[in-house]
Write a protein that binds this ligand. Structure first.
Ligand code: ATP
Length: 330
């Protein structure tokens, strides 16, 4: 996956509303078949960036391309390459799902004959062929999300931008949506997905980009992002005997930097600590523990979760704002 060079490429993208900078030099790229989780607190600039990518807004500076096509200079060509699923469905009374998709297919300029076939294909892709003859207004929220996804696929775009696709879905519908998105990536689609349900994103994304106050705070795999936001990682030592806890804590304290956070849990038979030490130094600690007779069941790094990375990035944005970033317009 992701071997053909970037499909979506954003360089130095900046958007100002008057003196207010909503997006400040955003640079990122997403490869073919990759899923990028695009996250940030409310007002971070996600929608601003998405609007530029789908050709609905012009940047103040910088550039954005999809499959090499400039999002500003060539909006007609761009619309064929990109599928955008906003977080609202709209209201469509007295319309069956097939008519709804036919309406959008026509808007995309798909000839009538091809349209009928394409509607069956996208309903298959969105795993909802049984919805075809139902009235749109009778669909549940989860069913609508699948129909919206089918609509997004009608013109066979190379890249999909999905705004909060899992929002408001119950757990089974969320799992179904997750499988659908992974399936589309497998088929070579490039996906940019925003979500406030962070554990959900962590399960499907190859990479994440975190923005706050218009600026990119961290990007890469979840592990890389965690590292960019904090050089410290959490190591957990699990023991088999309570009698080894004090000895383990002592050795960890000797190894860690002065004043380092060390937490010992008798209930879990665990010692956890935050450290910036190298792999070789950690291997040395493990050797010392075993040499001292501690029975170590596990010695491992505890992964930072996306929620924690998100909060760190948001706090960095807030601290910067408090230090004098421009105020929002009234
Ligand atoms: N047309 C506009 N005029 C002035 N300011 C705007 C305009 N559109 C957006 N903004 C401001 O730009 C900032 C970024 O907004 P944006 O909608 O991109 O955030 P977001 O990350 O999508 O937030 P959310 O998660 O709440 O949807 C906000 O402070 C917003 O008030």
């Amino acid at each position: 996956m992701g071997t053909d060079g970037p499909i979506v490429e954003v360089r130095g993208l900046t958007k100002k509303y008057g003196r207010f900078v909503a997006l400040d030099g955003l640079t990122l790229s997403v490869g073919r078949g990759q899923i990028l989780g695009f996250i940030g607190p409310n007002g971070a600039g996600k929608t601003t960036a998405i609007k530029i990518l789908v050709g609905l807004s012009r940047p103040t500076a910088g550039s954005a391309t999809v499959a090499g096509v400039d999002c500003v200079a060539r909006p007609r060509q761009l619309k064929r390459l990109i599928g955008y699923m906003p977080d609202t469905f709209g209201s469509y009374d007295n319309m069956r799902v097939s008519e709804y998709l036919d309406f959008f297919g026509a808007a995309f300029g798909i000839p009538r004959r091809a349209r009928a076939k394409r509607i069956d294909e996208v309903l298959e892709l969105a795993r909802c062929p049984a919805f075809k003859d139902l009235f749109v207004e009778s669909l549940s929220h989860g069913m609508r999300q699948r129909v919206a996804l089918a609509r997004t696929l009608l013109h066979d775009p190379v890249a999909l931008i999905l705004d909060e696709p899992a929002n408001g879905l119950d757990p089974p519908a969320r799992i179904e949506m997750r499988h659908l998105l992974l399936d589309l990536a497998q088929r070579g689609k490039t996906l940019i997905v925003t979500s406030h349900i962070l554990p959900e994103l962590a399960r499907i994304c190859d990479r994440v980009a975190i923005i706050a106050r218009g600026r990119l705070r961290a990007s890469g795999t979840l592990e890389e992002v965690a590292r960019q936001l904090s050089p410290l990682r959490t190591i957990e030592v699990l023991l088999t005997r309570a009698g080894d806890l004090a000895k383990t804590e002592g050795l960890v304290r000797g190894h860690a930097a002065p004043g380092a956070e060390i937490e010992t849990s008798a209930a879990e038979l665990a010692v956890r600590f935050r450290t910036a030490k190298s792999e070789a130094e950690l291997a040395g600690l493990l050797t010392a523990l075993v040499g001292a007779g501690a029975e170590v069941a596990q010695f491992r790094e505890v992964q930072t979760d996306l929620e924690e990375a998100f909060m760190t990035a948001a706090r960095a944005g807030d601290a910067e704002g408090a230090a004098g970033a421009p105020e929002e317009p009234s």
